[in-house]
Design a protein around this ligand. Structure first.
Ligand SMILES: [Zn+2]
Length: 69
């Protein structure tokens, strides 16, 4: 019964593969925030409907210097 309940995604900044629990992705089209395990870049994750009822996770990098703009 050991079903993998993690969803993997690649950090757009350094390419490290991170994982997030499927449980955290239940709310589709709701932004989740995480930090890359490797480079600690702030990431915004938006779960969307993909094909075959898979979750298509859209990952984007949060601006690091938003205070300067
Ligand atoms: Zn990274």
């Amino acid at each position: 019964m050991a079903i993998a309940s993690e969803h993997e995604y690649m950090c757009p900044h350094c390419g490290h593969i991170n994982s997030i629990s499927q449980h955290a992705l239940r709310n589709k089209y709701t932004e989740q925030y995480a930090n890359c395990d490797k480079c600690k870049t702030g990431l915004e994750l938006v779960p969307a409907d993909g094909i075959n009822e898979q979750i298509n996770l859209v990952v984007s990098e949060l601006p690091q210097e938003s205070l300067q703009r």
